[in-house]
Write a protein that binds this ligand. Structure first.
Ligand SMILES: *Cc1c(COP(=O)(O)O)cnc(C)c1O
Length: 392
């Protein structure tokens, strides 16, 4: 095991070692987190719509816990497919206006399980270079050819589509909103290419579900492209504030996945209380439009203030705001300085992002007020000057 110590030393020397820290929530204040006994404004949570402590969800989950028990006891294909699952999948069909839906335990399992069920040896997956790790792992697991195209580079994608023209099945897969940059995929162009080359299209709405669309259906609906997407994936762990993931699509697709998606077949079903909680969250996501409106307003303010201060925050419009600082060490020092100022915002380093683009990733939530955001930017500005990220 000596090799391990040596490799870890190398990671630490490059400011790349990761470690776990305990944090706890503040009851009644979902915008805050406690870290090393200090209360911090939480700008690193994916709880965009502020639902993670919603009393109506808590109530439904507590009730289900008492009636259904703590665990589901078996995989969905055995006896784990309890009533809350059936109700949730019906509600998903209605929400997404699709033929059928399937709930997975989490986004990682949905992506890795679905991709490996759709393609195999002799097939090819065209995947944006910045797609989430669970997509990459699904491709590796599938044993299909992995054709990575440069981020949002449709010409590069076209070149690869031509190169692999003769493969048996073709799958194009993309995040709708990219998790470390907060920018959007070019879904309209992807749809055109999918039709032109006879490929399947899969879209991961982990960071856009709940946020875009009239009832939070996601970016595909917002753009009117939902009927051109073959495999529509999203999670319940971010905007929904709970845990889990869904796939929406045709009845044939769902029938196929029930037979072929290994994480669904060989893993225990989610606890019924979680599934019941998701159903409640789904109602709130659809009905409480004010959450989306507040999130847009917070987002516009925060982006404007950072841009105005002179920071490089990329070109997105989502609640994920990357502040790109460049090297790993500066990103770490920036994050510690923010913590000293009462703000939790993590440094994201390679291999999560490309070399030389280490960043602080802020995520916004409806629970952040204008005053909090304005104060945060003032502190970020001072730290930026002190660390030389901004020139004075
Ligand atoms: C978070 C995320 C996932 C994984 O979802 P979990 O439910 O956390 O496992 C998948 N895809 C993207 C784009 C994500 O951001």
């Amino acid at each position: 095991m000596n090799w391990m110590e040596k490799e870890l030393e190398l990671l630490a020397d490059a400011s790349l070692e990761r470690s776990l820290h305990a944090s706890s929530s503040v009851s009644g204040a979902p915008g805050y987190t406690v870290h090393r006994e200090k209360v911090l404004l939480n700008m690193s949570s994916n709880d965009y719509l502020g639902l993670s402590q919603h009393p109506a969800i808590l109530e439904v989950m507590s009730e289900a816990l008492l009636t259904e028990g703590v665990g589901s006891g078996a995989s969905r294909l055995v006896t784990g497919n309890r009533l809350p699952y059936v109700r949730l999948e019906e509600a998903l069909v209605d929400w997404q206006n699709c033929e059928a839906a399937l709930v997975f335990a989490n986004g990682y399992m949905a992506n890795s399980g679905v991709i490996s069920a759709l393609v195999g040896r002799g097939d090819v997956v065209f995947s944006d270079q910045l797609n989430h790790a669970s997509i990459v792992d699904g491709i590796v697991l599938s044993r299909a050819e992995h054709a990575r195209y440069r981020h949002n580079d449709m010409e590069h994608l076209r070149t690869l589509l031509n190169k692999y023209r003769d493969k048996r099945r073709k799958l194009i897969v993309t995040d709708a909103v990219f998790s470390m940059d907060g920018d959007q995929a070019k879904l309209d162009e992807l749809v055109a290419l999918k039709h032109e080359y006879g490929a399947m299209l899969m879209v991961d709405e982990a960071h856009s579900g709940g946020i875009y669309g009239k009832r939070g259906e996601g970016l595909c609906h917002e753009l009117g492209l939902q009927n051109d997407v073959d495999i529509h994936m999203g999670t319940f762990s971010k905007s929904f504030g709970v845990y889990g993931a869904y796939i929406c699509g045709s009845s044939t697709l769902i029938r196929w996945l029930v037979n072929k998606a290994r994480p669904l077949i060989y893993s225990t079903a989610l606890p019924p209380s979680i599934v019941a909680g998701i159903s409640k969250a789904l109602i709130l996501v659809q009905e409480e439009h004010w959450r989306r409106e507040r999130l847009y307003a917070a987002n516009r303010l925060f982006r404007f203030l950072l841009f105005d201060a002179g920071f490089n925050i990329g070109g997105g419009d989502s609640p994920i705001v990357p502040l790109i600082v460049g090297d790993n060490d500066t990103a770490l020092r920036f994050s510690s300085a923010l913590e000293e100022e009462g703000i939790a915002a993590v440094a994201i380093r390679p291999p999560t992002v490309p070399d030389g683009t280490a960043r602080i990733r802020f995520s916004l939530s409806v629970v952040h007020t204008d005053t909090e955001l304005t104060n945060v930017v003032a502190r970020i500005h001072n730290i930026g000057l002190r660390l030389g990220v901004l020139s004075s």
